[in-house]
Design a protein around this ligand. Structure first.
Ligand SMILES: [Zn+2]
Length: 166
């Protein structure tokens, strides 16, 4: 954080505890915390308010930073379960033609990845069948793999100086 950001937060703490750090103290404090992002520092100071009745010493403030760790400021990683239908996305795109125009729609998958898409219609509601979707995915995958193999074959032929279709 910048020294301006630091001063903004530390002045708030000074008002809260009705205690002012001397200028040289502030400089030492800033040197100790400047590698920290301002949001982390704000979080740390809000923990002082909950835990300390007095303005903490620098040693206390630093050890509290160690103690509370980083779990509380990191966003939780979303858990993804393996799903061959939506490939972990939780929803499936499908297309319908209306009046000659192709429209893209989305439906909620039946797996756990869909928990945040409960407002979307389910696969059954839009008339999509799991087995059919799986069959399509498999066909797409095989097609992609076949393309890869042909591409490699062509590269080898090119390298060996063999003309196409030989
Ligand atoms: Zn799924």
């Amino acid at each position: 954080m910048t020294s301006e950001e630091f001063i903004g937060v530390i002045e708030q703490a000074e008002r809260f505890y009705d205690k002012k750090l001397a200028q040289d103290q502030r400089t030492i404090w800033y040197e100790s915390f400047k590698y920290m992002g301002v949001s982390r520092f704000k979080f740390l100071v809000s923990e002082w308010y909950r835990r300390f009745d007095y303005f903490p010493s620098l040693a206390k403030a630093l050890s509290l930073d160690q103690e509370i760790g980083y779990a509380e400021t990191k966003p939780k990683l979303k858990e993804v379960v393996k799903c061959d239908i939506c490939q972990g996305k939780g929803f499936v795109c499908y297309y319908e033609v209306h009046n000659g125009y192709q429209y893209r729609f989305v439906a909620r998958c039946n797996c756990l990845n869909a928990s945040e898409y409960m407002k979307l219609p389910s696969l059954a509601q839009v008339g999509l069948e799991e087995a059919e979707l799986l069959r399509k995915r498999k066909a797409q995958k095989e097609k992609a793999q076949a393309l890869d193999v042909n591409e490699i074959k062509n590269q080898i032929k090119k390298f060996l100086g063999i003309k196409e279709n030989e």
